[in-house]
Design a protein around this ligand. Structure first.
Ligand SMILES: Nc1ncnc2c1ncn2[C@@H]1O[C@H](COP(=O)(O)OP(=O)(O)OP(=O)(O)O)[C@@H](O)[C@H]1O
Ligand SMILES: [Mg+2]
Length: 261
C-alpha cells in the first residue's frame, strides 16, 4: 500500500474512533440502513438502503451538479438515456430520484418509466404496478390512476404500462405533451427513463420535449464511436445533452476512506 493510502487510512481510522466516542448510539441508528433481505426493492438502489454509502455519495454529487446547473435554475423535467441497452439507465434514474427526494428541501420527485418497450422500473422497485404511461397515452387511464406513491418518500413513479403497438407514435402525440406539462406543474423534478437511443428513436422524441437528457455510458463496454453516434442522434432530434454518467467504475480505495459520518 502506498504512503498516501496509508495516511488516508490512518486519518479515516482516527476520525472513526473520534466519532465512535462522540456520536451516541441513538444518533448512529439514524444512519443504519434498511435491510436488503427484508425489502422487495432491488439492492442496486443503494441510495434507498444506505444513503451514506460511497455509491450514494456519488449520486449526491450528480444531484448537486444537476441542481447547480444554469446558475441555480436547474433542469426540472429531464431524461436519462444511453447509447445501447443495459448501460445502467434505470438504476441511475432510480438512484438519482431517491437522492433528489432526500435533499434538504424535500422536493417532490416523479420518476416516469418511458421505456414502454421493456420497462423494468416497477420490477426494480419490487411492486406490481400494471397501469402506466402507455395507458395514459392511449387514453385508457388518467395520470392520477397511474401515479404510484412510494412509501415514506416524497417520491412517486409511473410504470411503463402494457407494451403498446406504436410506442414512438404515442410519444409524438399531443397527449404526451400535455402529460409532460401536467407533471411539470405537479412536481419539483420529473426524471424520465428512456430506451437506448441507437437502436430506437424514442429517447430522441422524448428528449426534444424535455429540459435535457443525461447520457449514461457503461465504462469498459460501450465503444467511443457508439457514444458519438448516440450524441449525433440526440443532436439531430434537438435533444440537449446535460452531461454524462459513467457506470461500472471500480474504486481502488476501500470505501471507509471516502466515508464521513
Ligand atoms: N453504476 C453502475 N455500476 C455497476 N453496475 C451497474 C450500474 N448501474 C447499473 N448497473 C447494473 O447494470 C445492469 C443494467 O442496469 P439497468 O437495468 O439500469 O440498465 P438499462 O440501461 O436501464 O438497461 P435497458 O437498456 O435494458 O433498459 C444491472 O445489472 C445493474 O445492476
Ligand atoms: Mg432500463
Amino acid at each position: 500500500m502506498g504512503k498516501i493510502t496509508n495516511a488516508l487510512k490512518k486519518a479515516a481510522e482516527e476520525r472513526m474512533e473520534h466519532l465512535d466516542k462522540k456520536v451516541k448510539l441513538k444518533e448512529r441508528e439514524r444512519f443504519i440502513v434498511k435491510k436488503v433481505s427484508e425489502s422487495s426493492v432491488n439492492p442496486a438502489i443503494i441510495t434507498h438502503f444506505d444513503p451514506k454509502a460511497l455509491v450514494s455519495e456519488q449520486f449526491k454529487v450528480l444531484r448537486t451538479n444537476i441542481l447547480s446547473m444554469n446558475k441555480g435554475v436547474p433542469p426540472k423535467v429531464f431524461g436519462v438515456t444511453s447509447s445501447i441497452h443495459a448501460e445502467g439507465k434505470t438504476v441511475t434514474s432510480l438512484n438519482l430520484a431517491v437522492s433528489l427526494s432526500q435533499a434538504m428541501h424535500k422536493p417532490k420527485v416523479l420518476l416516469v418509466d418511458a421505456d414502454m418497450r421493456k420497462g423494468k422500473m416497477a420490477k426494480y422497485l419490487g411492486v406490481d404496478q400494471k397501469i402506466g404511461l402507455s395507458d395514459i397515452l392511449e387514453g385508457k387511464e388518467g395520470s392520477k390512476e397511474a401515479i404510484f406513491n412510494i412509501e415514506d418518500e416524497n417520491l412517486a413513479f409511473i410504470a411503463s404500462g402494457e407494451v403498446p403497438e406504436y410506442p414512438s407514435e404515442l410519444l409524438s402525440s399531443k397527449t404526451f405533451k400535455n402529460f409532460l406539462s401536467d407533471m411539470r406543474n405537479q412536481f419539483d423534478h420529473v426524471i424520465i427513463d428512456t430506451p437506448p437511443i441507437v437502436p430506437v428513436t424514442d429517447a430522441g422524441i422524448i428528449g426534444a420535449q424535455l429540459d435535457g437528457l443525461i447520457l449514461v455510458v457503461q465504462a469498459g463496454r460501450t465503444q467511443r464511436g457508439v457514444v458519438r453516434r448516440a450524441e449525433e442522434l440526440l443532436y439531430q432530434s434537438h435533444s440537449k445533452v446535460l452531461g454524462h454518467v459513467l457506470t461500472n467504475i471500480e474504486y481502488h480505495l476501500p470505501e471507509y476512506i471516502y466515508r464521513y459520518l
